[in-house]
Write a protein that binds this ligand. Structure first.
Ligand code: GLN
Length: 487
C-alpha cells in the first residue's frame, strides 16, 4: 500500500494509508497516472518536486491534460527536470493544468477542474494554467513545483492559492522538453511556499548560469556572463530601494479589497524604508489584446503537429485517411479552448488579417518593452551598450525618454484584479472574460521580464491577494530577495 503524507496548510501532518484515490479525487491536482505519488523520506538534500503535465519526465506520461496526447510517454526528460534531479529532487507526480497551458483557471483539462484547497462551501478556482502545481505546494504534497508561465500561468495560481510563483527572465531556464505553447513567451516557472526556497534552487546552485544547447532560446553562456556583470550583485536593502507603482494598473475593475491590499503592501514597504513612487506604463492597456493575438498565433503553429499521424491519438474511425483523419483526430482530441485558440491564431496569421493583427500586436509588444525599460534604473542588459553620440541624441527618442525622473528597482502591482472565482460561476463565463484576468501578468511576459507573485493576507479576508513584483531583465536574484522581504 502507498502512504501519502499530506501537510495541511497549518503545517499539521496527516497520513493516509492507501488513500491516493481519495486524495486525488478530492483535490484533482495530481494527474492520476499510476505510481505518480510515492512515499519518500525527506533528507536535507532531497526535496519533493511536482511537475506540470506539459514538462517531459522519464517514467511518467506527459499529456498536457489533453485527450489528444492520450497517455503519451516522452522518450526523454526535460532538461529542467534533469537539472533538478541532480540537485536532489524526487518527483512526486505530474500536476493537472489547463490543456496545453491555455487558460487561467485550470478548468480546461481532460481530467476536470482543479479545486482550490482554500475553498469552503463552494469550490473555488485554483487559478491556471499551473493550478495543480500550486495546489501541490499549498497542500505540502511537494516542496517545489514546476509550472510554465507564458502569460501568467505560474503567478496567477500562486496568487489564488497563497503560495509564491516565480516567472524567470525569458531564456534563463531551459525549455527543452517543455511542450511549447507560444515559444516567444514560454518560460518554466517555479512555485514554493517561500521565495527564499526558490532563490536557493535557482541561484545558490548556479542553475541560472546553465546554458542548454538543446534549447535554441536558452541564453548563451557569454550572454549570461554579460547579463550577470550588468546586474547589480548587491542585494537590496529596503533603505536603498525604489519601488514603482504603475498607475495604469489601478483599473476600475480592480476589486476594492485587492486595491487595499496593494496600498497596504506599498505602505508597509515605505514604513520599512523603501521609496515608493508612481510610474506610468502607458502601453499596459494594449498589452492584453496584443498577448491574445500573439499567443494563439504561435499556438496555432505549434499545435499543427497533433494530427493523429505525427503526434496524437487518432479519432474513432481508424480507417480514416487524409483530411478526415486529421479532422477526426483534432476534432475529438482537442478541447474547446484549444480549438478556439487555433482558430484565432490561424486567422490572425492569414494573409488578409496579418497586417491588422499580428503585425500590430508585435508593435505593441515592442512598446510594452520600451515602457518597462524607461522606468527601470538598470539598463536592459540584452541591448548593446550605448555609444553616447551627441549628434544622434535628439533623434533617438528612446534615449531622450530615458531622461524621466524616476528610475525604479522594482514594480509592485496586484497579480490578478480579483479573488478566485467559484468554479460554478466559471461555467457560464465567456472566454473573453477569462482573458481579462491576465491583464496584470501579460505585460512582463511580453517584455520577457522576471516577475514573482507573493501572497498577502488582508486582515478581514480568508483568501490571499497575490502581490506581483516585476524587475528588469536578469535582475531575478534581487527580485526574489525582495519577494522574501514581502512575505
Ligand atoms: N491565461 C493565459 C493563456 O491562456 C496564460 C497561460 C499561460 O501562461 N500558460 O494564454
Amino acid at each position: 500500500s502507498i502512504t501519502v503524507v499530506i501537510r495541511s496548510p497549518a503545517g499539521l501532518r496527516r497520513s493516509f494509508a492507501s488513500s491516493r484515490a481519495v486524495h486525488l479525487s478530492a483535490c484533482n491536482h495530481f494527474v492520476s497516472h499510476d505510481d505518480t505519488i510515492i512515499n519518500k523520506t525527506e533528507t536535507d538534500t532531497h526535496f519533493r518536486l511536482a511537475v506540470k503535465d506539459n514538462i517531459a519526465t522519464a517514467g511518467l506520461p506527459t499529456q498536457c491534460a489533453s485527450a489528444i496526447l492520450g497517455a503519451h510517454a516522452s522518450p526523454f526528460e526535460a532538461t529542467i527536470v534533469k537539472q533538478l534531479r541532480a540537485r536532489g529532487a524526487d518527483i512526486v507526480g505530474k500536476t493537472n493544468m489547463d490543456e496545453f497551458g491555455m487558460g487561467s483557471y485550470s478548468t480546461n483539462s481532460v481530467h476536470g477542474a482543479v479545486s482550490n484547497p482554500l475553498s469552503e462551501d463552494e469550490r473555488l478556482s485554483a487559478g491556471g494554467s499551473s493550478g495543480g502545481s500550486a495546489v501541490a505546494v499549498q497542500l505540502g504534497d511537494a516542496d517545489i513545483a514546476l509550472g510554465t508561465d507564458t502569460g501568467g500561468s505560474v503567478r496567477l495560481p500562486a496568487a489564488y492559492t497563497g503560495v509564491v510563483g516565480y516567472k524567470p527572465s525569458y531564456g534563463m531556464l531551459s525549455r527543452f522538453g517543455v511542450v511549447p505553447y507560444a515559444n516567444s513567451l514560454d518560460t518554466v516557472g517555479i512555485l514554493a511556499r517561500d521565495a527564499s526556497a526558490i532563490s536557493n534552487i535557482v541561484f545558490s546552485t548556479g542553475l541560472h548560469m546553465e546554458h542548454d544547447p538543446s534549447d535554441p532560446t536558452s541564453l548563451s553562456r557569454a550572454a549570461r556572463q554579460r547579463c550577470d556583470r550588468a546586474s547589480q550583485s548587491q542585494l537590496p536593502s529596503l533603505h536603498n530601494v525604489t519601488i514603482g507603482i504603475p498607475t495604469e494598473y489601478n483599473i476600475q475593475e480592480l476589486e476594492p479589497a485587492v486595491r487595499e491590499a496593494w496600498a497596504a503592501t506599498a505602505a508597509s514597504l515605505e514604513a520599512q524604508g523603501a521609496r515608493i513612487v508612481p510610474v506610468s506604463l502607458p502601453s499596459t492597456k494594449e498589452a492584453l489584446c496584443a498577448y491574445y493575438v500573439l499567443a494563439p498565433a504561435e499556438a496555432s503553429s505549434n499545435l499543427a503537429k497533433y494530427d493523429g499521424v505525427r503526434y496524437g491519438v487518432r479519432g474513432a474511425d481508424g480507417d480514416a485517411t487524409g483530411d478526415t483523419l486529421y479532422s477526426e483526430a483534432r476534432g475529438s482530441g482537442f478541447g474547446e479552448e484549444v480549438k478556439r485558440r487555433i482558430l484565432l491564431g490561424t486567422y490572425s496569421l492569414s494573409s488578409e488579417a496579418i497586417d491588422n493583427y499580428f503585425i500590430q500586436a508585435q508593435k505593441v509588444r515592442r512598446r510594452v518593452q520600451q515602457d518597462f525599460d524607461k522606468v527601470f534604473g538598470l539598463e536592459n542588459p540584452l541591448y548593446e551598450p550605448r555609444q553616447f553620440d551627441l549628434s544622434e541624441m535628439s533623434a533617438d527618442l528612446e534615449l531622450a525618454d530615458k531622461r524621466g525622473p524616476v528610475q525604479v528597482d522594482f514594480l509592485l502591482c496586484p497579480t490578478a484584479p480579483s479573488f478566485p472565482s467559484k468554479l460554478r460561476d466559471l461555467e457560464t463565463k465567456s472566454s473573453v472574460d477569462a482573458y481579462t484576468n491576465d491583464v496584470f501578468t501579460v505585460p512582463a511576459s511580453l517584455a520577457g521580464l522576471p516577475a514573482v507573485s507573493v501572497p498577502a493576507w488582508p486582515e478581514q479576508s480568508r483568501l490571499p491577494v497575490g502581490m506581483q513584483l516585476i524587475a528588469q531583465y536578469w535582475d531575478d536574484q534581487r527580485l526574489l530577495f525582495m519577494a522574501s522581504k514581502l512575505q
